[in-house]
Ligand binder design. Structure first.
Ligand code: TXE
Length: 483
C-alpha cells in the first residue's frame, strides 16, 4: 500500500485535492486501534466545489455522451477494478477491519456492479402510450443531473457500486461522501475511474464528517437526487435537509431482519446460513439475519446446534481472515457493549459465545459473537438494530404467531423462511413486511441483479438490479399533436 493510498485527499474534477480548510481527520485501523493514515476534512466549501464540478460534467461532455459510449467506459472501469481487486481488498480490509476474504468478495462485487450497469446503460427504453387520435405520446427517461451519495462504512465498495454504478450508467454526475470511518477504497476507485477515462467531474469524492460534509451535501441546492445508506436517525435528517430543496431521496436504513424456522425445516441446510447471516462483517450488515424465530417443537434442538457453532467462532485481526474481524470503530464497539449490558440487566440467557483469539492486538475493537435465547418481543435486543455479532432467538407456537413476531419491529428490510410447505412459503412471502423475502436460503448470494430496499424504518426506494435505474432517472412524458 503506497503512502498516497493511506493519506487520502478529495477527488474533484479528477484531481486530488486537500480540504479547503487544510484540515485532516485520522484513519484508524480497527484491528489495532492505531492511527494508520489520514483523510481530508471536507466541509461545505469542499462540497460546493464538488457539486460545481459535477454540474459542469452533467451539462457538458458527460451529459451529452451516447449511452453506448458510457457503457463502454463503465465496462473498462469494471475491468480495471477487477485487475486491482487484490489491492482494493487490502485497503478495504485495513480500513474497515473486515477479514481479507470478505474484502476480496466486496471488490469482486464492485467490479460486477459496474459490469451489470454498463450492460444496462443503453437498454433503458421509454414507452409509447396509446392515446386519443391525433396524438402520439411517448415517455423518455432522463438523468436527474447531479446525484449525491452518502455511503456508510460497513460495505463501502459494495454500496458505492450499487448506487454510483446505476447513477453513472444513467448519465448522472456524482458527488460521493463516504463515511469518515472508511474512505480509502473509494478514493482509490475514483482514481481508477479517472484512469479508465471517466471525464472530469462525472465522479467526485469528498471526505469528511457526517455532520459537516454529509449535511452540506444533503442541503446543497445544486444536488438533484440523494441516495443515503446509514442509520434511521441520520436518514431522517438527510430527508429533512433534502426536502428544503425538493430533492428526491432514496433511503436504505438497515433492519432487524427475522429468519422463521418451521417444524419441517431442513435444519442441516438452515444452520450454517443462520450463523453466516449474522456473523458476516461482524454483524455490521443492514440485511443481517439478526432474529431467529423458531417453532417451539424445534427450539431446544436448534439452540443447542446453534450454540455449538457459536462456541467455535473466532474473531481476530482482519489479515488473519477468521470468522469475523473487529468492529469498525470504538464507537460501534461501545454501542454493541451497551446492548449487551442491557441484555445482562434484563436477565437474558446467553446460550453461547465465541472467542477473540489471543493474538488479537489489545487496542483492536473486538467483540466475540453472542447467542441470546428466549428474547421477548418487547425487549430492546429484539426490537433494535444492534449492528454487531449478536443473534437473538425467540420461540413461536404457530404460523400466526411467527408472522406477528416477524412483523413486530418498526423495520422491514429482509426476511427468511425455512419450511418445505409450499403454501406456507407463499402465504408468508406475501404477508411479511420486508423488501426482500428468501425461502430456504438467505440473501441468494447477494446478486447485484436483485432489487434491494425496505419499508418502514428500513427506508424507501430500491437500489440494485434494473429497478435502481428507474430511481436514478426522471420520467418525462412527451405528447405530440399531429392531427
Ligand atoms: O451511522 P450514520 P453511524 C446503523 C447501525 C449503526 C448506526 C450508527 O445500526 O449502529 O447506524 O452508525 C453520514 N447528514 N447503520 O453513526 O450516522 C456519515 O458520515 C448527512 C446502518 O455510522 O447514519 C456516514 O457517511 N450525512 C447502515 C453515513 O451518514 C450524515 C450502515 C452513515 O452514518 C450525517 C451504517 C448528517 N447529519 C450504520 N450524519 C446500513 N443501512 O447498512 C452522518 N452522516
Amino acid at each position: 500500500m503506497t503512502p498516497d493510498t493511506l493519506h487520502g485527499q478529495h477527488l474533484i474534477d479528477n484531481q486530488r485535492r486537500a480540504a479547503v480548510s487544510g484540515e485532516t481527520l485520522p484513519v484508524i485501523d480497527p484491528s489495532t486501534g492505531q492511527t494508520c493514515g489520514s483523510i481530508a476534512r471536507g466541509q461545505a466549501a469542499d462540497i460546493d466545489l464538488a457539486v460545481g464540478a459535477a454540474r459542469r460534467a452533467a451539462d457538458g461532455e458527460w451529459g451529452r455522451m451516447a449511452p453506448a459510449t458510457r457503457s463502454r467506459l463503465l465496462l473498462r472501469l469494471a475491468a480495471v477494478v477487477e485487475s486491482e481487486r487484490e489491492s482494493l481488498a487490502q485497503i478495504e480490509s485495513l480500513d474497515t477491519g473486515k477479514p481479507i476474504g470478505q474484502a476480496r468478495a466486496d471488490a469482486g462485487a464492485l467490479a460486477r456492479y459496474f459490469e451489470y450497469y454498463a450492460g444496462a446503460a443503453d437498454k433503458l427504453h421509454g414507452q409509447t402510450i396509446p392515446y386519443q387520435p391525433g396524438y402520439t405520446v411517448l415517455t423518455v427517461r432522463e438523468p436527474h443531473g447531479v446525484t449525491g451519495h452518502i455511503i456508510p462504512w460497513n460495505y463501502p465498495m459494495q454500496i458505492f457500486g450499487r448506487s454510483v454504478g446505476a447513477a453513472l450508467a444513467t448519465g448522472n454526475a456524482c458527488v460521493v461522501k463516504p463515511a469518515e470511518d472508511a474512505c480509502l477504497s473509494l478514493l482509490r476507485v475514483a482514481e481508477l475511474a479517472a484512469q479508465a477515462g471517466l471525464p472530469a467531474g462525472a465522479l467526485n469524492i469528498v471526505t469528511g464528517l457526517g455532520a459537516e460534509a454529509g449535511q452540506a451535501l444533503a442541503e446543497h441546492p445544486g444536488v438533484d437526487h440523494l441516495s443515503f445508506t446509514g442509520s434511521t436517525t441520520t436518514g431522517r435528517k438527510v430527508a429533512q435537509a433534502a426536502a428544503q430543496h425538493h430533492c428526491p431521496v432514496t433511503l436504505e436504513l438497515g433492519g432487524k431482519s427475522p429468519q422463521l424456522v418451521f417444524e419441517d425445516a431442513d435444519l442441516d441446510a438452515a444452520l450454517p446460513v443462520l450463523v453466516a447471516a449474522i456473523i458476516q462483517n461482524a454483524g455490521q450488515t443492514c440485511s443481517a439475519g439478526s432474529r431467529v424465530l423458531v417453532h417451539q417443537s424445534l427450539h431446544e434442538t436448534l439452540v443447542e446446534r446453534l450454540a455449538q457453532r457459536f462456541a467455535a467462532l473466532r474473531a481476530g485481526p482482519a489479515h488473519a481472515d477468521l470468522d469475523l474481524g473487529p468492529l469498525v470503530s470504538r464507537r460501534q464497539l461501545q454501542r454493541v457493549w451497551d446492548f449487551l449490558s442491557d441484555a445482562q440487566s434484563s436477565g437474558l440467557s446467553v446460550a453461547a459465545q465465541g472467542t477473540v483469539v489471543e493474538s488479537a492486538p489489545a487496542g483492536g475493537f473486538y467483540q466475540a459473537p453472542v447467542l441470546l435465547d428466549r428474547v421477548p418481543a418487547n425487549n430492546r435486543l429484539f426490537q433494535e438494530e444492534i449492528f454487531g455479532p449478536v443473534l437473538v432467538v425467540t420461540p413461536f407456537a404457530d404460523e400466526a404467531q411467527a408472522l406477528a413476531l416477524a412483523n413486530a419491529t418498526r423495520y422491514g428490510l429482509v426476511a427468511g423462511i425455512w419450511t418445505r410447505d409450499g403454501a406456507r412459503q407463499l402465504r408468508l412471502a406475501r404477508a411479511l413486511r420486508a423488501g426482500q423475502v428468501f425461502i430456504n436460503n438467505y440473501g441468494a448470494g447477494g446478486g447485484v441483479e436483485l432489487p434491494f430496499g425496505g419499508v418502514g424504518a428500513s427506508g424507501h426506494g430500491r437500489e440494485k438490479g434494473f429497478e435502481a435505474l428507474y430511481g436514478f432517472t426522471a420520467l418525462k412524458t412527451v405528447a405530440i399533436r399531429h392531427d
